[in-house]
Design a protein around this ligand. Structure first.
Ligand SMILES: NC(=O)c1ccc[n+]([C@@H]2O[C@H](COP(=O)([O-])OP(=O)(O)OC[C@H]3O[C@@H](n4cnc5c(N)ncnc54)[C@H](OP(=O)(O)O)[C@@H]3O)[C@@H](O)[C@H]2O)c1
Length: 330
């Protein structure tokens, strides 16, 4: 059966004005695929990178990597989902800015009854990212309760989840954010210390807070503007986890600089390596569902936009006007 759906697509890379609502045909799922009807769609900064062409893709491109809804049809060989299931996903294949889509089932998980569609759509990509950052990106000397970590953009979507989860793990999280209000929000969500990196020298403040020792891990999604100084926040053998480029891509650097800074480690991570199998996706999602179900991590949705107002949503995200998560409603 073929049906139609609204799908927000771009036909050329560029600004938010490139986002247009098209009508597309949606067929039946093939082997290993499902068809899902969205009740809510997650907005993520990666959608901006794909729109601008920082992460290029063939055109036309339907955007969106995160969503939640009800399974309408199941293709051959899919055993973990059935028609009528509530489900949510973060997936490497863009296309969630729509009413209904066919997609690979691998990253789609059943959504527990206690978690709403909006929460599911808001938390999968950002929550699974916080999960792998805090649980799988460990410095060689380990990460124990009481250790200091630095998390940039701590009042954002990934940031507020990471603040709460780090606290639940007993880590002492120092969060940076772009205003005093955002800093207060990060503290309310578990950051022990915050730094307004628009007005303060964050590397100097980190040294002060840690009595000159530095932190064991820096989680840096801001990129160009924060990378160099972030290296100066690490203690010897510390780990720099670069996972985004909200301010622009990190400039090339010579590995030789890492020795004098304390034989530190640098890694660039992407969620899509971590969720490259069904088993790993489900194990990480189960961990996220547990921490959200227990109330230790609350998913804060501070912005809701109609799917057709997606341009405004992109403008707000890029202008640093959002906090927590943003969802689009079909
Ligand atoms: N590699 C991965 O696996 C992975 C997965 C998910 C997300 N990410 C990355 O994690 C970051 C957070 O994602 P998110 O969707 O939750 O977004 P977000 O944190 O809600 O929004 C991005 C934030 O970055 C900060 N920022 C600093 N400089 C900026 C600039 N020049 N322009 C725009 N924003 C700037 C802003 O906070 P302040 O105003 O407080 O500075 C802004 O609110 C993004 O960089 C994203 O690409 C990576």
């Amino acid at each position: 059966m073929t049906q139609t759906s609204r799908a927000v697509r771009i036909h050329a890379h560029g600004g938010p004005e490139q986002l247009v609502v098209d009508t597309v045909e949606v067929g039946d799922p093939g082997p290993g695929e499902i068809r899902i009807r969205h009740h809510a769609i997650g907005l993520n900064f990666i959608d901006v990178y794909q729109r601008t062409g920082l992460y290029p893709n063939p055109m036309p491109l339907a955007l969106g990597m995160e969503g939640a809804g009800v399974i309408e049809a199941v293709g051959e060989g899919v055993t973990h989902l059935k028609v009528g299931d509530r489900a949510a996903y973060a997936a490497g294949k863009p296309g969630s800015y729509c009413d209904v889509r066919v997609m690979p089932a691998m990253n789609v998980c059943q959504l527990p009854d206690g978690i709403s569609f909006e929460t599911g759509a808001a938390m999968m990509l950002k929550g699974l990212t916080a999960q792998y950052l805090l649980k799988r990106c460990k410095p060689v000397e380990g990460l124990e309760k009481g250790d200091f970590v630095l998390f940039h953009a701590a009042a954002g979507g990934v940031g507020l989840i990471a603040c709460q989860w780090a606290k639940a793990l007993g880590l002492r999280l120092i969060g940076t954010a772009g205003s005093d209000e955002k800093c207060a929000l990060a503290r309310e969500h578990g950051a022990e210390f915050t730094i307004n990196y628009r007005t303060e020298d964050f590397a100097a403040r980190v040294k002060e807070i840690t009595s000159g020792q530095g932190v064991k891990v820096v989680y840096d999604s801001v990129g160009k503007d924060t990378f160099d100084k972030s290296l100066d926040c690490l203690r010897p053998f510390g780990l720099m986890v670069s996972f985004g480029n909200a301010s622009g891509p990190v400039a090339p650097f010579a590995p030789g600089i890492l020795g004098p800074k304390g034989s530190i480690y640098v890694t660039r991570q992407t969620l899509f390596t971590h969720i490259s199998s069904r088993e790993r996706t489900q194990a990480m999602a189960d961990d996220l569902f547990d921490v959200v179900g227990s109330g230790a991590v609350k998913i804060r949705i501070d912005q809701r936009f109609a799917l057709t107002d997606v341009r405004k949503a992109h403008e707000s995200l890029e202008a640093r006007q959002t906090t927590g998560c943003t969802v689009l409603l079909p």
